[in-house]
Ligand binder design. Structure first.
Ligand SMILES: [Zn+2]
Length: 248
């Protein structure tokens, strides 16, 4: 089988170096394969694809490639609306929920800081992560292409930026996260548990003298018992919230 694949826009950067400069990739195939497998053999995880066309007709990931197919692969682009069905992702999400891989772990802290339910454990295996993403309808954020290629991962994104804060803005932009989507100070940055207001007198014995002196409002994590108060975290967070509003 001889097929032609056009990787559009920034997808070309993901290809093995010898294909990056090509307008179209001519490819010989000596086996039956799904379009997902063929495209992923060029190092492009299916999570990065917004739309697939064969001979100008839209197809899904299970399409079996035929001789002389002209394939167009279009990348995700902002705003990536995860709340409406598409041919590639027929069951949309009902909320922003994330799971992050160890290679973008600090992203979890930023997401939780703004109230997003974000799973991260450094001991999860790749199969575990894919399974959780599928079962709990979570968006997988990772730099590991092999993990993103897993079939169970329906919603995911290959994070390109290197710095955690820039990664965070990359995610905010792509998924079109707006000021009204965020709920600062509602979730524990350490464990993803929910925070609840707690009267100062209940936790007085656990506070450092200066915290005791200067702060009066406190939140407690219902999972790991961590205490939060409006100290440095809040300043950092308010700056983030402002920047998110600037992006939108
Ligand atoms: Zn916690």
């Amino acid at each position: 089988m001889a097929i032609t694949i056009t990787f559009h826009d920034n997808l070309r950067k993901l290809l093995p170096p010898r294909f990056r400069g090509l307008e179209k990739v001519h490819h010989l195939l000596n086996r039956d394969a799904s379009i997902k497998d063929v495209i992923e053999s060029f190092r492009v995880p299916h999570t990065e694809i917004r739309q697939l066309k064969v001979n100008d007709r839209e197809v899904s990931f299970i399409y079996k490639v035929q001789d002389e197919d002209q394939i167009d692969v279009h990348p995700l682009r902002p705003p990536f609306d995860v709340f409406h069905p598409t041919l590639l992702r027929p069951v949309p999400l009902d909320n922003y929920r994330f799971i992050v891989d160890v290679n973008v772990a600090r992203l979890a802290i930023f997401l939780r800081m703004l109230g997003f339910d974000t799973v991260y454990h450094n001991r999860l295996t790749d199969p575990d992560i894919a399974k959780i993403a599928q079962q709990q309808k979570r968006i997988l954020l990772s730099k590991d292409r092999n993990l993103l290629k897993r079939k169970k991962v329906e919603f995911g994104y290959l994070v390109r930026e290197a710095e955690p804060l820039q990664q965070f803005f990359e995610v905010v932009r792509l998924f079109d996260i707006k000021g009204q989507d965020i709920l600062p100070f509602s979730r524990c940055m350490k464990c993803n548990g929910l925070l609840h207001p707690v009267p100062k007198e209940k936790i007085l014995s656990r506070l450092e003298p200066l915290t005791k002196k200067y702060y009066n409002t406190f939140h407690l994590c219902d999972k790991c018992d961590q205490i939060y108060w409006p100290g440095t975290h809040r300043e950092k967070m308010e700056k983030l919230v402002k920047e998110i509003k600037n992006i939108n």
